[in-house]
Every structure is written in structure tokens, then in C-alpha cells.
Design a protein around this ligand. Sequence first.
Ligand code: ME8
Length: 543
Amino acid sequence: MPKRIYITTPIYYVNDKPHIGHAYTTTVCDVYARFMRFAGWDVFFLTGTDEHGMRIEKVATGRAMSPQQLADENAVAFQQLSPLLGFTNDDFIRTTEPRHVRQVQTFVQKLVDTQTVYLGEFEGWYDEGQEEYIPQTKARELDYRSPVNNLPLVRAKEHNFYFRLSAFQGRLESLFEKNPDFVRPEARRNEVLGRLREGLQDVPMSRTNFTWGVPMPHDPGHVIYVWIDALMNYITALGLGEPDSDAYRQRSKYWPATYHIIGKEILWFHAVIWPAVLMALDLPLPKCVYAHSFWIREGQKMSKSLGNFIDLTTIKQYVDRYGLDAWRYYMATHGPLGATDADFRADHFHTVYNTDLANTLGNCASRTAAMINKYFDGFVPAEAGPNESALADEEGPDDLHRPIADHDWPAITKEAVSSSTAAMEKIDLARSIGCAIGLVRKVDAFINLTEPYKLAKDESKRGELGAILYQCLEAVRIASLLLWAVMPGKMSELWSALGLSIEPDAGRLAELAEWGGLEPGCRVRKIALFPRVDTLSVIEGAA
Ligand code: ME8
């Protein structure tokens, strides 16, 4: 029985078109989901769109369309990200879908029945940008302006339904204490914990000043607060609110989530409000909320007012010039997964492409395949084994043999596979991918050290030459298995050049990654994976 994983992205607002931030979070989830499926896990990967709320109603009104029309238009743009960027999400949920609306009402009714939701009056500082009340002390710190759009906070008073968040103070504190990994990275956890310790207030969970939302059950004058509606997508997609449904039968097994991957600005909702709602519903809690930092642009925050967001058009230009796999590689290895923001710079992208992909991975695969073509007519030579023909040579190890003997490739590759897998399990994409690229660098160094092109001149060293080239290609093959999740297109191309038919969804990563999988005698074609891109010409709006 394979172990299960449920990974989610935030559901994105449809008030605007997708940009690099959205593409980034979903890429992180996709790389993880693909890797873990390959490693044999039963993975469910969810993304979708958040389609209710005042913000969407306002934008739609401004564009003289209905909120549903706006949602339909932009949801398509978000759905198109999957074929464009190679995402393998198992479902795409939209909060205006009946399956979601029905279950949100069921869950909210349950909260009313258990009195964790009550009717009351509230007055406070309201941030229209984030659709959230800001506590008095925080509002003062912010100079009564929205951290999202810098517009003045609005003094608002509402007769509303409230969620009894304050009742969960103790349970939330103990959740954080007992599960140091509930919120990652640690810097973010400390921030949440600090704010949690200031004490929790009840939060309004319905609105009466607009209508674009899920109606409150039995009280249609109120719509359910967009954040409560949105957070519930993680469970409505699995059918948890409808135990008689097919969705429930097929998907309820994936709850609780392994990872909710989000940006740091929405951590409070995920790390405090969401677990409290789940506790109130008597449902198990997610294992980890991972809040990454932000992409910034050439040193500046990306914002609508600066007009410097990397939008889909710019992303497509990068994909056209460098290839989709290179785009995914850059996202996964240089993105803001940790606690610091990452600067998207065109020149850095260019350098990383040429250094890691063209000069390291591409070059290493191509020179190894070229030598096998040149010296062995394209047939993979046998690994005679350094300890056999190559080293147990009557002359004993000389200077040339030494480096070969020093390279215990089965051990080196085994270590790379286990470190890469362990890092991926922790969602440390850069480290996981780094283990594979590190392996390729070792192969390159090995070629430089052993100089097979010199050995080729000496007929008596043919066994040794074959062994070296076998080892190089076998190590590259193993690295490619670890890199497939991030670069599925190019790694499949590499496999086909090696005559391998590998199905990552069959979940056999560990088995395939064992040393010796490459069969001597099989045919290797020439390989050109990542052509060098010499000039850094400016991509529209990218410099
Ligand atoms: O907040 N860098 O939706 P949203 C990296 N609907 N990631 C970024 C980013 C940046 N500069 N900008 C945005 C919402 N993101 C709610 C979520 S979930 C129940 C409801 C990513 O369209 C990041 O993942 O504003 C962030 O959390 C998300 O987009 C916000 O998307």
C-alpha cells in the first residue's frame, strides 16, 4: 500500500491574470508531486481559483461584467497554466462550483450547530485590499493603511456571524509546541507564534455589505466570509462534506494534507484560522503549512502600481528562448522557498542556464554519448569494473588508475539518490536538485581526471576506457531520474537517446536508480539537450 501525500497550492484570486508568483507556487508543488509519485507515493495535488468576495465583485463592476463572467474568464487563464508549464495537478477546484458551495454551507451549518459560530456585532479597522479586519495595535503600526494596496483602512461596523477563534487559543498554542514543523520555515513559525501569544479575537465570518459569495445557510442576507469559503477548498475537493459522494469515496483518504504550500502573506489564515476551523469541525489537521517568501524583480517589490510583475507573456518569452525545463529549473532552484525573498534577474537566469544546464548537464551527457559513439560505435560498453580488468592489472594501480579506484560510483550515486530524495521529502527543492547536478559535476570531473580520450589511443586500455564511459553514462542516467520531476521534457529526451522507456508514474525510482541499470550493448544516440544561449538579449520588460 503506497503512502499517501496531499499537496495544495493556494487557490488564486480571479480578479487578475496569473503572474510569476502563482506560477511559482504551483511549480514548487508540481516538482514535489512528480518526484514523490516517481518515488512510489500515492499523491493528490490540488490547485484552483478563489472566486468570491468584494474584491472580485468590484473589479467585475468596474469592467461592466458580472462577477461570474470575470471569474470564468480568469479561471481559464489559471487553468491554462497547467499545459503551459507542465503541471500535473489532479484537480482544479473553483469556489463557484456547486460541489464546493454545497459543502461550504454544510460545514458552516455544522459550525453554527456547535456554536463555534454565533451572531454578534463588531466594529474595527477593515483592510479592503486583503478583506480582513486589522487589530487596533497593528492598524496603528501600519499608520492606518493597507499593507496590500496602501489605501486607508476603513472603520467598519458589522452585524455579523462570528467564528469563536478565541476559544482555540490553548489548542493552537499546544499544536505549535508539539509540532515544531507545523509551520515552516522556522522564521515564519516564530512570527505566527509571536502573534498567537498576543491573544486571539473572534473573527467575523459573514458579510452583509455585498452579495458575491456563498450564502449563509438559513440566512441568505449574509454571505460567508471569502477566507472561510476559500480555505475550505482543501477539503471540499476531497468531498469531505459529502460522505455519500464518489469524491469522498475516492479522495477522502488523502486528508489530512501533507503540505499546504502558500506565500508568506497568507500564513495567518492557514496557520491559525484554518486549524481552528478544522478543530471545530473535528477534522484532522494538515501536517505542514509551508510559507515561502516572494519573488521580487530586479531588486524591487513586484506590484501592480509599478507594473513590474512578470506576467504570462514574459514567462512565455523565457520558455521560448530557454525552454520550459530551464524555466522550471530556475524556479525550483533559485526561487524564494526559504525565509528570504528571491530577486528575479534576467542576467542571473541566463548565467544559471548556461552554467548548470548547457555547460554542466547538457555538456556532460553530450560528451559521454559522443565518446561512446566514437569509440564504441554507439553501443554502451561493459563496465569491466575498475577492480577487475582495469585495476587488477599486473602493473598495479598507477597514476591513471588511482582516480578510477577512488570513485566508488555505486556508493556515490546511492548517496546522491538518498540525499536528493530526503531533501525533496522536506520540500527543499534546491538541495534535492543540487544533489543530482552535483553528481553530474562529479562525472565531469571524473572525465577530466581520467581523460578517456587519451586512453582511446591505447588499444590495451580498451577495457578501462569502456569501464569509465559506462560509469559516466550510468551516473548521468541516475542523475536524470532525480531531475525528471523538475525537467520532465528534457529528461525524457535523454532517456529516449539512451533507448530507455521509463514510466515515472509507475513509482519505481529507487529500483531504477540502482547501479547497473544501464545495459551494456544498448544503443546510445548523440545527445544535445541544452544548446548554449550566447547573448543575453533583453526579454520584453525583463531587464
Ligand atoms: O491570496 N512571489 O490569492 P492570490 C511568490 N485567494 N509568490 C507569490 C507572489 C510573489 N511575488 N505573489 C503571489 C490569495 N504569490 C487567496 C488565497 S488560499 C485558501 C486563498 C503566490 O491570487 C503565493 O503563493 O493573491 C501567494 O500566497 C499567492 O500567490 C497569492 O495568490
